[in-house]
Ligand binder design. Structure first.
Ligand code: SF4
Length: 163
C-alpha cells in the first residue's frame, strides 16, 4: 500500500495538527497521518488524492480547481529542488525521519513555501512551524526517531533562537 498524495500535500503534511475542513476530513487525515508516521511510502499523484477524498462528494470541490493544480506545480518544483529529486506523478517517497526533518526545517525557513501563497491555512502553518512542529500529527517513524531525536531537538532550539 502507498499513501497517494498530490504534490502540495507534501507541504501540508508537515504542519497538520488535526484541523481541517470538516470532521470527516479530519478523521480521514488522522488515519493517513498514522500511516505516514508508521513509514508507509508516499506515491505522488496528479489531482485529488487520499487527503482530498472526503471532499470530493461536495458540490464543486476546490480539489479539482486550476488554482490547486498550480499549487501542486509550485510545490513539486520546490520540493524537488529541496530534495534534489524528481517530484511528479508516480514518484515514490519514504516519509523517513530525516526527510521530515529536512522538509520541516526548510519549510520553517520559508524556502519551499511558494505554493502556500493565498492559502487560507497559511497563518496556522506559520504558527505550527514557528512552534517547532510541537503538535504536528505526522511524526517520525519509530524505527528512525531515536537516531534523529538529537537533531530534532537541536533544530527546535535553533528555531526558537531565531525568534
Ligand atoms: S499554507 Fe496551505 S498549502 Fe501551505 S502547507 Fe499550509 S495548508 Fe498546505
Amino acid at each position: 500500500m502507498t499513501v497517494r498524495l498530490r504534490a502540495h500535500h507534501l507541504l501540508c503534511m508537515l504542519t497538520y495538527v488535526g484541523k481541517g475542513y470538516s470532521p470527516a476530513f479530519v478523521d480521514n487525515y488522522e488515519a493517513i497521518a498514522a500511516r505516514l508516521s508508521a513509514g508507509e511510502e508516499i506515491e505522488i499523484v496528479d489531482g485529488p488524492d487520499d487527503i482530498c477524498a472526503p471532499l470530493l462528494s461536495g458540490a464543486q470541490p476546490h480539489c479539482l480547481g486550476d488554482g490547486v493544480a498550480e499549487r501542486d506545480r509550485k510545490a513539486a518544483e520546490a520540493v524537488a529542488a529541496c530534495l534534489v529529486m524528481t517530484v511528479a506523478a508516480g514518484t515514490r517517497v519514504k516519509p523517513s525521519g530525516s526527510l521530515l526533518l529536512h522538509l520541516r526545517r526548510t519549510f520553517a525557513e520559508g524556502d519551499i513555501r511558494t505554493a502556500c501563497s493565498g492559502c487560507e491555512w497559511s497563518g496556522l502553518c506559520d504558527a505550527v512551524a514557528a512552534d517547532g512542529y510541537a503538535n504536528a500529527r505526522i511524526a517520525m517513524a519509530a524505527t528512525d526517531e531515536a537516531g534523529h531525536r538529537q537533531g530534532h531537538l537541536q533544530y527546535r532550539l535553533s528555531t526558537r533562537c531565531q525568534t
